[in-house]
Write a protein that binds this ligand. Sequence first.
Ligand SMILES: C[S@@+](CC[C@H](N)C(=O)[O-])C[C@H]1O[C@@H](n2cnc3c(N)ncnc32)[C@H](O)[C@@H]1O
Length: 359
Amino acid sequence: LVEARLSGLAQRLRHKIEAEGPIGLDDFMRAALLDSEFGYYRHADPIGRGGDFTTAPEISQMFGELVALWCADRWLAMGKPDPVLLVELGPGRGVLAADMLRTAASIPGFRKAIRLHLIEVNPRLAAAQRSRLGEAEPCWHECFATVPAGPLLLVANEFFDALPIRQFERTEAGWSERRIAFDAASGEFRFVCSPLREPPPGAPADCPTGRVFEQSAAAAELVGAIARRVMAGGAGLLIDYGGEGGVGDSLQAVRRHRAASPLAAPGQSDLSAHVDFAALGRAARAEGAAVFGPAPQGVFLAALGLEKRLQTLSARASPEVLRELLLGAYRLTDRRQMGELFKALAISSPELGSPAGFS
Ligand SMILES: C[S@@+](CC[C@H](N)C(=O)[O-])C[C@H]1O[C@@H](n2cnc3c(N)ncnc32)[C@H](O)[C@@H]1O
């Protein structure tokens, strides 16, 4: 009965656990999201009303327009290199890049200089990107490592939250790792605690008993690689939801716009966790890059001129479009919506000075 209920990926994870013992949450997430056959991001069409969740560029065109202005500011600070690589990590349906390219055309020389590189593992989303961005002749990559050398502008919106994390728990007896076991009786995956001899590196000494500490080696490694590239000339803007310090259990699963159980049905729901911006900042600084923020998304977009852009667009909008514009601005910036939980972090070559949006 249990066999019949488990999907192909769950079967595979079950066999691995039975052979090797409980696995780390990072291994579970990597399989659930990226398994080449069954991983969520290999087959899902996740974004929008018919999918599992929506994102800032899908909410309002103003998001991509303002991110384009941020990039234009960095491009000017870099001395207007032509060509310049515009790299987007996890471009979804290509909406952010499309809004950025349209805006870039209003800045003399910028649009012409851009060579678009998209990092994507999902064939269905890559097809959507192709139909929306085909004219810009993008290059697709499965990972950042294959992006060619050259002056770089990089953006990532809601990408880092999908990278695998490990979870540790401070118990009365010391630190342990939360790993995933398989319970044969119920046919379900469940968390178990594996005691550790040493505290996990980077864990806060004052972490209260009973609290969870999260860490993403994948995110730190990727930021290190981005920082090394911006040190050769360029800047990156990472926007995601999260906080600083990694304390707290933030693992979540979303399916059809509703919370789901993270360990049930691996590969069939989106798994994500809060981004630890302090850890990303440390990884970038370790490579010598300058780091700005994190700034709350509402503050960041306001500093880039959201109000003015809203006024300009509103001036010629129908009542329905006006309503959509106002609702979009509200959702992106209100503290109870995306304005505070979502944050922007900039990584820049130090000689470029402070970027726009970070006062
Ligand atoms: C939450 S969506 C965000 C989409 C888009 N940035 C937006 O704001 O609408 C995550 C995106 O990253 C891609 N993705 C997730 N993990 C990835 C990985 N490890 N490597 C490359 N792409 C990945 C997904 O396929 C998707 O395009």
